[in-house]
Design a protein around this ligand. Structure first.
Ligand code: ZN
Length: 526
């Protein structure tokens, strides 16, 4: 039997933006869109063009995503024509392929929030959908508070859904906006709605207020919906949205779904899931949840004892899915042998082929463990890991020596100025470089990259994109971890890490790794 298609709709950049402490720039959004495209979601709802200047700028240009680039906004206000509703007009001008309109579907909200009649709200839905369709967009309608609305007045809630569907919306999305609905109720209500709107035009948008957003989404699929909305790592307002990082592997790997449905996420993309999830956390500058299902560091970890010995012999005995299928790894916290096979897998991933019995592996493994204990996190810093591995295997040329560096921070006429001086030696020749910046790291970066002799032309197109600091343990002796993202003119991006009790030293390690990595990757010979 042919499998049915399930569509994944990501709203990390719109609903996820409601997370306290999360604020995406246009550049951040482009990076996340790239992660989402690699994963294979079908829709990327990237923002609310009428809502803020960042999203206005994002939607001022067409974005060549593989997924359908979607703008979010409201249905027209009652009492205004489509042509006279500025918000809706902005939305229609957004350079998006799809438009997701949010509409009221609870009569209580229609009365209190909109202050109009039930019929006027239905008319707003019809006219807004028709206008978006006439503008050539695929249309989705988020029925806000649908489940609560259904419980209060089921006939009206269904009428709202039908109004959207009959006006030509491709998807009518049933939203559990308060996140308080339970899986049994979701299933019952969705089943009833499919009698009016066909399931392959229905979507589910669940919030996590009873920690069942994932369960509610799956329950809705079981009852007939064919689109799931959610976010990366479940970010979102209050307790978050449905976590796509948990939903996707369940749909792809679990027999109950795998046999009936297919999604846009292939096996290769699924094997990137852990990396995508961690990269996203790094971007938010927060520590990944070690206990996150499928992708957490502890998701496949077993601590000593009978489980550990059994798991080495036959992993299936204790694992519900193979960790590699989601790009995670097994951690048996007792045997060095397991550490070695993880390391080999990691080396394979970055394209370094090493024989299992290569004696250099033991030294590298010891070094990785020591450094991780000091606070280095290589999951978020591939480039530093690759350098460490290549150094252990003797394949990193010696490009330059840093003889000394210093930074001065000075208050000058009301401004804070930082000056850095870096002395490097290249091929017997010494270069003394100075840089001035708005902070010590900026100054060091400019000084270090100013002149490294014959290698300079290879790093001219490099720039520091992002810089994140995390304090690893409290107190005055705290260790600082600095993560730096760099990019070059070809659009390559890489991450390096430095750790030290001194933030300047940690930054310098990450900066100098970044330059060395660029030279190694471009195959520059010494
Ligand atoms: Zn929501």
């Amino acid at each position: 039997m042919a499998r049915e298609r399930l569509y994944l709709f990501d709203t990390t950049l719109r609903d996820g933006q409601q997370t306290p402490g999360v604020d995406f720039s246009v550049d951040d959004k482009l990076v996340v869109m790239d992660l989402l495209d690699r994963l294979g979601v079908d829709y990327i709802e990237a923002g609310f063009p009428g809502g803020n200047p960042t999203d206005a700028a994002l939607f001022a240009e067409e974005r060549p995503t593989r997924a359908t680039f979607t703008a979010f906004g409201m249905t027209k206000r009652p009492g205004r024509s489509v042509a006279n509703d500025g918000g809706l007009q902005d939305l229609l001008k957004a350079k998006a392929r799809a438009i997701c309109l949010v509409a009221k579907s609870w009569d209580y909200h229609v009365r209190v929030a909109l202050g109009c009649s039930n019929e006027e709200n239905l008319e707003s839905i019809r006219q807004s959908v028709a206008a978006a369709k006439a503008a050539g967009r695929e249309v989705l309608v988020d029925c806000e508070h649908f489940f609560d609305g259904y419980k209060a007045n089921s006939a009206y809630a269904v009428e709202c859904a039908l109004a959207a569907y009959n006006a030509g919306a491709r998807w009518v999305v049933l939203c559990d906006t308060n996140g308080g609905t339970l899986p049994g109720e979701v299933s019952e209500i969705v089943r009833a709605v499919t009698k009016s709107v066909p399931g392959d035009h229905l979507g589910i948008h669940a919030h996590n207020d009873t920690e069942q957003a994932v369960a509610n989404s799956l329950s809705a699929v079981d009852a007939g919906v064919r689109q799931i909305q959610g976010t990366l790592n479940g970010i979102g307002e209050r307790c978050g949205n449905a976590n796509l990082v948990s939903i996707i592997p369940t749909l792809v790997l679990k027999k109950a779904y795998r046999d009936r449905f297919e999604t846009g996420v292939g096996e290769a993309a699924l094997a990137n899931l852990s990396q995508v999830s961690r990269a996203f956390d790094e971007m938010l500058n927060r520590a990944p949840n070690a206990q996150a299902p499928y992708v957490g560091k502890s998701a496949f970890a077993t601590k000593a004892g009978i489980h550990a010995s059994a798991i080495v012999k036959e992993p299936e005995t204790y694992e519900h899915v193979p960790p590699e299928s989601v790009g995670n790894r097994r951690r048996v916290l007792v045997s060095d042998q397991a550490g070695k096979s993880n390391l080999l897998a990691e080396l394979g991933r970055i394209g370094l082929a090493v024989a299992k019995d290569d004696t250099r592996l033991d030294g590298l493994l010891r070094e990785v463990k020591e450094r991780e204990a000091q606070g280095y996190a290589y999951d978020g810093a591939d480039a530093s890991f690759e350098l460490l591995a290549r150094r252990a295997l003797g394949t990193v040329p010696h490009y330059f020596d840093v003889l000394s560096y210093r930074v001065i921070v000075e208050e000058r006429g009301g401004d804070m100025i930082s000056e850095a001086v870096v002395k490097v030696k290249v091929d017997g020749e010494t270069f003394l470089n100075a840089g001035e910046g708005n902070g010590p790291v900026n100054a060091l970066d400019l000084a270090l990259r100013k002149d490294i002799g014959k290698y300079q032309r290879h790093i001219d197109d490099m720039e520091l994109v992002d810089f994140k600091v995390r304090i690893l343990n409290g107190g005055t002796g705290a260790t600082t971890r600095v993560l730096i993202e760099s990019r070059d003119g070809k659009g390559n991006r890489w991450f390096t890490v430095g750790v030290s009790p001194n933030i300047v030293e940690a930054s310098f390690q990450a900066l100098s790794d970044s330059i060395t990595y660029k030279l190694v990757r471009d195959g520059v010979s010494p």
